[in-house]
Design a protein around this ligand. Structure first.
Ligand SMILES: C[S@@+](CC[C@H](N)C(=O)[O-])C[C@H]1O[C@@H](n2cnc3c(N)ncnc32)[C@H](O)[C@@H]1O
Length: 252
């Protein structure tokens, strides 16, 4: 039978496509990947509109025990739901390949992703460089990669999307403020002068929802700003075209 891998969009139960809904209707089992992103609504809302029970799929289930999902798809239709788009940011290529190895028919149903939704701020998507992921720092774990990625992009005049960590088991979602504090910490350590308190950056929250917040300003000012509920991300602009500057003025 078929494994439907379905992006369900960025906001709430109503962001799913009609194709996605049709696939769920045909499915005997529905799983929701619940560790790399988050919808702005409760699972019950999804269950009500989709008309099916939704089984949460944590990292262990998807990455270590994926047979529990895939074996069901050998003789039944199974829907695997992902917030945003299926292959964006966290790729789920692993699950796709394992399903293929088992000879399972796979259908992909796309949706919007944070990788494209950031277009709303007015920066040219073609001018984004490598995406950075910023994890919560721990005493023995302060990775420099996110800072290096921003530096390398900036050198080429490219913008950087910084995705912020999610610790789903602890319901911890990194805020723009926390992200900036950590980037300033890396600035202090590595000193390339890319994230200074006067540097202008963009903080975003809940893109795709009616309650989205986009704020363009100096790091020192955004540090004081309350972006509200998750999810948040940061954009560090590279070289700006005057049209991009004009758009950013809107979010000051
Ligand atoms: C792994 S990525 C999401 C991948 C998802 N499959 C997609 O296509 O959007 C998760 C990170 O993206 C950012 N993010 C996701 N959705 C967001 C939203 N609606 N508004 C702001 N940031 C968001 C957050 O930083 C979050 O920690």
């Amino acid at each position: 039978m078929t494994l439907f891998m379905i992006g369900i969009g960025l906001n709430n139960e109503r962001d799913i496509s009609l194709k996605g809904l049709d696939a769920i209707n045909k499915s005997s089992y529905v799983f929701l990947e619940n560790y790399t992103s988050k919808m702005n609504c409760r699972v019950e809302k999804l269950e009500k509109l989709y008309g099916k029970k939704i089984n949460p799929a944590d990292r262990d289930l998807v990455e270590k025990n994926s047979d529990e999902i895939l074996n069901k798809a050998l003789d039944k239709n199974v829907s695997f739901l992902v917030a945003g788009d299926v292959f964006s940011a966290t790729t789920h290529v692993d699950l796709f390949l394992r399903a293929r190895e088992k000879g399972i028919n796979i259908r992909i149903i796309h949706n919007s992703s944070i990788l494209t939704a950031v277009g709303i701020v007015g920066l040219e998507l073609y001018k984004f460089g490598k995406t950075a992921s910023l994890p919560f720092f721990e005493k023995s774990f302060i990775p420099e990669t996110p800072y290096t990625v921003i530096f390398e992009n900036k050198k080429r005049g490219l913008h950087t999307l910084v995705l912020l960590d999610i610790k789903k088991d602890k319901e911890r979602f990194m805020s723009v403020n926390k992200g900036l504090i950590q980037l300033l910490e890396l600035e202090k350590k590595l000193g390339k002068k890319i994230i200074l308190s006067d540097s202008k950056i963009i903080g975003c929250a809940r893109l795709g929802s009616e309650r989205k917040v986009i704020k363009y300003g100096k790091v020192k000012d955004l540090l004081e700003f309350d972006f509200g509920k998750p999810l948040h991300c940061i954009i560090v602009p590279g070289k700006l075209h005057f049209m991009e500057e004009k758009m950013l003025e809107i979010w000051k």
